[in-house]
Design a binder for this molecule. Sequence first.
Ligand SMILES: [Zn+2]
Length: 113
Amino acid sequence: MIIKYITQGRCPNCYQGYIFKEPVLLSLSLGQIHDRCLVCNYNLKKEPGYYWGAMYASYGLGLLEMLLTYLACRIMGSGTFDWVNLWAMCLVVLVLSLFNFKMARVIWLYIFP
Ligand SMILES: [Zn+2]
């Protein structure tokens, strides 16, 4: 259930307000975070540099996406190590980079509320 709130970019305190000013999945921007939750007034901008730690979550998301892409390539019949696998993994991570950037911030906020 909490994964649903994370993917929707909901507040980790009330699960109703949104963290970003625009939708997380559909936006092509880097995503601006509200200063406070519009529903419960929860502080979403903790301190300067708080979201630097989201890089760890972004790294994990990228690894997970690369692993899933690799497994998909293997299921579709490519070899153990194939240049197609490598290019497919890089393409997927590149295409999902904006999504990862925003989702990593949300995950970081849920891990360290
Ligand atoms: Zn809230």
